[in-house]
Structures are given as structure tokens and as C-alpha cells.
Write a protein that binds this ligand. Structure first.
Ligand code: SAM
Length: 280
């Protein structure tokens, strides 16, 4: 597995810890298996700065947003970009007929398949894994795997954008909007540029770099980035704000007007309405 793919075991380890709390926000019974020892080693190595509570919040925010988007909009194709060790296909309540596409690097998908090989496939839903490099053309392989670009889609881009250079981020988010039939939704997360430069996070950033998976991208203006790339932004939340706190965030939430703050953002976008499209 590439170094960057091992970070998927890190986030799975955080989901295992949340699952094992009595007051858990969600249950991911597969998380400990897919995290394996590597995931817990990375969790110890990258500890601090609210990472574990943030990952519990991010998972919960996106779990709820995914279920809502599928239920309310009748979307039947869901694509997890950089799915990593995500097990939402197994653990969320999907409607019958949904197809979940999991895109990631080939070696990660092979390792995950081996780890989950004895898990029964839930009925009424389909899971398709698509090995890709998301900085290259990946829509071709996704189409070959069965995705229909003319039908609404739910894109989920979780825990990926900070690993990519800015141009690759812009290309990816624009590609998603160019292939979003009306009624499609985009969910994900991004960090602020100041988070990359925060002196208190130097040790963390150095460890990521030494391990071969440096964080490269952040923005103070996620709304502008997403709108520039063709999306109608419906919600941007920092952890700890109403709707993204879940009784987990241990720090005050800095107002957006305070400059140079390390921040994470969770976002929900959809396709622009006719009027929004004309105004853009
Ligand atoms: C921190 S993990 C996040 C995984 C999962 N979405 C989660 O939140 O637990 C980052 C993931 O991005 C994937 N990744 C990074 N660069 C990629 C690329 N160029 N193409 C495909 N996947 C990539 C890695 O393999 C890894 O699974």
C-alpha cells in the first residue's frame, strides 16, 4: 500500500475508538479490523490538536448528510472518492437499489477486500470498487464500472483534499460538478491554509512529510473554491458549530473573521438551480 493509503487505516482507528465508547455517535464494527495495527500506530504518532474528536465529528456529519441526501433526493448512485477503509456500504441504512462506488488506489482496495472478505454483502444494495488515481482521468473507469453520468449522484470527498496540490484539487472538484446531473450532491471536508502553517502543528506536519504523505492544500475560503468549481454551496461548518459539534469538540470555535486560524471545514453542496446557474 502507498504511504498515503495507510492514512486510511489511521482514520479507521479513530472510528474504532468512537465505536467503542458507551456514548458512541456511530457504530463502525469493521473499523478495528481495517485499521489493523498500522492504524493505531499512526493514531498515536499523529495524536493531538483535536484529531480524534474531529474524526468522530466528520464521520457523524457525513453519515447523516449521506443518509439525508439519499433519502430526500432519491439518489441511487453514491461515489466515495478516496474511500479508504470507509465501511458505510455495510453500516448505513441504504434504500434498495443503491449502488455504492468506492474509488481509491489499487493496493488499498486489494488490502481492504482481503480484510473484509468474510463479511456478508448486505441485500438490496451493490458495492463496486474502482481502482484509480484521482489526479488522473478516473471518470472513464467509473463509467466502465456502471456509473451513469446522466443520473444524479452523491459524491463524497472525505479526508482527501489536503493530500493534493491546489491544481489537482480544483480539477477534481470541477470534474465532479461537470459530471453532476441536476439533483446531485457533493459532501466533503477541507482545511484552512493556516492549518498547514500553524506553528503548533509543526511536529504533526513534519511527521506526515517524513511518512511520505504530506499535507499540501488548504483554503481560508472554501465557499469560493467550491463555487468557482461549479457548485452551489449550501452549508460550511467548522467542528464545534451547531450541527457539527455532537458534544465532542473540546475547543472554542474561532469566528471566521479571525485571521490565520487553523480550521477544518465540513461542506454540503449541490447543483446550482437554473437561476443560480444564470447568475454565475
Ligand atoms: C485519510 S485517507 C481517507 C479515507 C476515507 N475517506 C476516510 O475518511 O476514512 C486518504 C485516502 O486518500 C487516498 N488517496 C490519496 N491520494 C489518492 C489518489 N491520487 N488517488 C486515489 N486515492 C488517493 C488514499 O489511498 C487514502 O485511502
Amino acid at each position: 500500500m502507498e504511504a498515503v493509503s495507510r492514512t486510511a487505516q489511521w482514520t479507521a482507528a479513530a472510528r474504532a475508538l468512537e465505536t467503542e465508547r458507551e456514548d458512541r455517535l456511530f457504530a463502525d464494527p469493521y473499523a478495528r479490523t481495517v485499521a489493523d495495527e498500522t492504524g493505531f500506530e499512526l493514531l498515536a504518532r499523529y495524536d493531538g490538536g483535536g484529531i480524534v474528536p474531529f474524526l468522530a465529528i466528520r464521520t457523524t456529519y457525513l453519515d447523516r448528510a449521506v443518509v439525508k441526501a439519499v433519502e430526500e433526493r432519491g439518489i441511487r448512485q453514491v461515489v466515495f472518492l478516496a474511500a479508504g477503509m470507509d465501511t458505510r456500504f455495510f453500516r448505513l441504512p441504504w434504500p434498495d437499489g443503491v449502488t455504492v462506488y468506492e474509488l481509491d488506489r489499487p493496493a488499498l482496495l486489494e488490502a481492504k477486500a482481503e480484510m473484509l472478505k468474510d463479511e456478508p454483502q448486505p441485500a438490496g444494495r451493490t458495492r463496486v470498487t474502482v481502482p484509480v488515481d484521482l489526479t488522473q482521468d478516473w471518470t472513464g473507469p467509473l463509467k466502465e464500472a456502471g456509473w451513469k453520468s446522466e443520473e444524479p449522484v452523491l459524491w463524497v470527498v472525505e479526508g482527501l483534499l489536503f493530500f493534493l496540490p491546489e491544481q489537482a484539487v480544483r480539477t477534481l472538484i470541477s470534474t465532479l460538478s461537470a459530471h453532476a446531473a441536476p439533483g446531485s450532491v457533493l459532501l466533503g471536508d477541507v482545511i484552512s491554509k493556516s492549518a498547514l502553517e500553524n506553528p503548533l502543528a509543526r511536529g504533526f506536519m513534519k511527521a506526515l512529510e517524513e511518512d511520505g504523505n504530506p499535507w499540501l492544500f488548504g483554503t481560508e475560503e472554501p465557499e469560493t473554491l467550491l463555487a468557482d468549481c461549479g457548485w452551489a454551496v449550501r452549508e460550511v461548518k467548522q467542528p464545534g458549530e451547531d450541527g457539527a459539534a455532537f458534544d465532542r469538540w473540546p475547543y472554542p470555535v474561532p469566528a471566521r473573521s479571525v485571521p490565520r486560524m487553523p480550521r477544518s471545514f465540513l461542506f454540503t453542496c449541490d447543483t446550482p438551480t437554473f437561476e443560480e446557474g444564470k447568475a454565475a
